[in-house]
Design a protein around this ligand. Structure first.
Ligand code: ZN
Length: 175
C-alpha cells in the first residue's frame, strides 16, 4: 500500500467522526500563520489551534514570497485576520544550500533552465531571515500598519518558540 493509500484510509476514519461541518469561512481567532513546510513543525499543534481558528500558509523556509503575500492580503482584506505570525525553525533545510548551487546542479542534471521558480530563497541567518520576512509584510501598501506582525524561531529540539528580535533591538543589545 502506498502512503497515499494509507492516508486515504485514515481520512475515511476521520470523516466518519467529522464534527467541523458548520464552521464559518473567516478564521475565528483572526490569525494568519506563515510557517516553514518542515515535517516536524505542525503549526496547529505548537500553537494550540483548532479547525477554524486561523489561516496557515506554508512553504519551504516560511518565506514571504509573492504567493505568501497573495495569501496574507486575501486573509486580511477578505477574511478579516488582524494578526500575522511568521515561524522559521532551527535545523531548517533552507540553511543547507545556496540558491545558485542548487540551480546550477538542477540545470546540469536536467539540461533545462526553466523560468520558474525564480528563486529558492535559501538563507544563512535564521533571525535575519525572519526579520526580512516581517519587513516584506510591513512595507506592503495593501497590508495596513494596524496588523500585528511578529516572527518566531521554533526549536525542533525543545518545541519552544523564541521571538526574533527587531533589527534595532538586536543592534542595541549588541552595542
Ligand atoms: Zn524549514
Amino acid at each position: 500500500m502506498s502512503v497515499t493509500d494509507e492516508v486515504l484510509r485514515a481520512n475515511e476514519t476521520y470523516a466518519r467522526n467529522f464534527e467541523f461541518g458548520q464552521l464559518p469561512l473567516p478564521p475565528a481567532r483572526k490569525l494568519a500563520v506563515l510557517a516553514c513546510m518542515d515535517a516536524r513543525l505542525v503549526p496547529s499543534q505548537i500553537l494550540g489551534l483548532k479547525a477554524g481558528d486561523a489561516h496557515v500558509i506554508r512553504n519551504a523556509g516560511g518565506i514571504v514570497t509573492e504567493d505568501a503575500l497573495r495569501s496574507f492580503i486575501l486573509s486580511h482584506q477578505l477574511l478579516g485576520t488582524q494578526e500575522f505570525i511568521i515561524i522559521n525553525h532551527t535545523d531548517c533545510g533552507m540553511l543547507t544550500f545556496k540558491d545558485e548551487d542548487l540551480r546550477a546542479k538542477l540545470i546540469q542534471q536536467t539540461g533545462s533552465s526553466p523560468v520558474a521558480p525564480v528563486a529558492f530563497h535559501a538563507f544563512r541567518d535564521l533571525e535575519e531571515n525572519v526579520r526580512q520576512q516581517i519587513q516584506k509584510i510591513k512595507s506592503h501598501p495593501w497590508l495596513p500598519k494596524s496588523i500585528s506582525v511578529r516572527g518566531f524561531i521554533y526549536d525542533v529540539k525543545t518545541g519552544r518558540l523564541k521571538e526574533a528580535l527587531e533589527a534595532r533591538a538586536a543592534s542595541l543589545r549588541q552595542s
